[in-house]
Design a protein around this ligand. Structure first.
Ligand code: TA6
Length: 311
């Protein structure tokens, strides 16, 4: 089973409007609610790819209940196991406003305050779940109350249990997680620049590797992917650009990397799938979903080129 951790799970709400204008009132044409937060999106994509997957993290209050009900709904995506730890606070909502052009404006709430006893309960749940995990992804921001070094603790526990671990977060939580030497990290351009101070992606990715990640897969939007791994380095050109909602495209990269890891695919194949799946996610209405026909059509278009690492 592939385990995903979303400490700051979210009820993702998407509003569709014809156009977004600052300081104006908008008539919402459509409202969509989905179980969200990065790890939940990763698991939903993994389930749709046919992988057994389980989510953990925290859920509480009315929006936590709603999130769990949505997660339990039987969909054509396939089942996602729910091992979320109940908390007293209310799970956050994230609001994405999608306009006619497909662009998304996001509003992410900070999340519920997690009490020390709730964090301890999570840690023992996580240790139990690691026993049956083939891989684990640690995804997203931390809710208030969770120690900033949380991902360092969770990476160390996964490594001690012999479970490959991928980390997808930003800022100080990413730096603390890196120090525990995760198998892979998946920063985007902004996250890379945020922790390295350089906007040159190759240089930044090398610095991140030196700080402790065995592999770095940077998702660079329209510039595709850049991967530095123990087996080699690759630059991945994305398939043709599709219009749509890019929210969750990075989560689909994580899903493809985990699927490729447990299927023991060579890195270039994992990366090609990651690029195609990410592009196919842009065609889907919400994060955690992808357009299957677009995925199959785009996969042969992806170009993965080996590259030398800069000095
Ligand atoms: O990547 C998209 C997304 O996973 C949304 O589903 C939304 O819940 C958000 O990101 C959460 O990100 P954060 O960094 O706030 O944990």
């Amino acid at each position: 089973m592939i385990l995903t951790v979303t400490l700051n799970a979210a009820l993702d709400i998407t509003y569709r409007v014809p156009r977004v204008e600052p300081h104006a009132s908008h008539r919402v044409r459509e409202v969509v609610e989905k179980p969200g937060g990065k790890g939940l999106n990763v698991s939903r994509v993994l389930a749709a790819l046919g992988h057994e997957t389980l989510v953990t993290g925290f859920a509480g209050g009315p929006s936590g209940e709603r999130l769990r009900a949505l997660l339990a709904e039987v969909t054509e995506e396939g089942p996602v196991g729910d091992a979320l730890v109940p908390v007293g606070g209310n799970t956050r909502r994230t609001v994405g406003v999608v306009d006619g052009g497909g662009g998304a404006t996001l509003f992410n709430e900070p999340g519920p305050l997690i009490a020390p006893a709730e964090w301890d309960r999570f840690l023992s749940t996580y240790d139990d779940l690691l026993r049956d995990a083939t891989a684990v992804a640690l995804c997203g921001s931390l809710p208030p109350g969770v120690p900033v070094g949380a991902y360092g603790t969770l990476v160390r526990a996964a490594r001690a249990a012999g479970v490959p671990v991928l980390l997808d977060t930003s800022g100080e939580p990413l730096l603390r997680g890196l120090a525990a030497r995760p198998d892979a990290v998946k920063p985007n351009a902004e996250e890379l620049a945020g922790i390295t101070g350089t906007t040159e992606p190759l240089r930044a990715a090398e610095l991140v590797r030196r700080r402790g990640a065995h592999a770095v897969v940077a998702s660079l939007g329209a510039d595709g992917l850049l991967a530095l791994t123990p087996d080699g380095s690759w630059r991945v050109e994305p398939p043709r650009r599709l219009s749509g909602n890019p929210t969750g495209a990075g989560d689909s990269v994580v899903a493809a990397l985990l699927a490729g890891l447990v299927e023991e695919l060579p890195w270039p194949e994992r990366l090609a799938r990651a690029a195609a799946l990410s592009a196919a996610t842009v065609r889907a209405p919400a994060a955690g979903e992808f357009d299957r026909a677009a995925y199959e059509e785009l996969l042969p278009e992806v170009r993965v080129a080996a590259r030398l690492v800069a000095a």
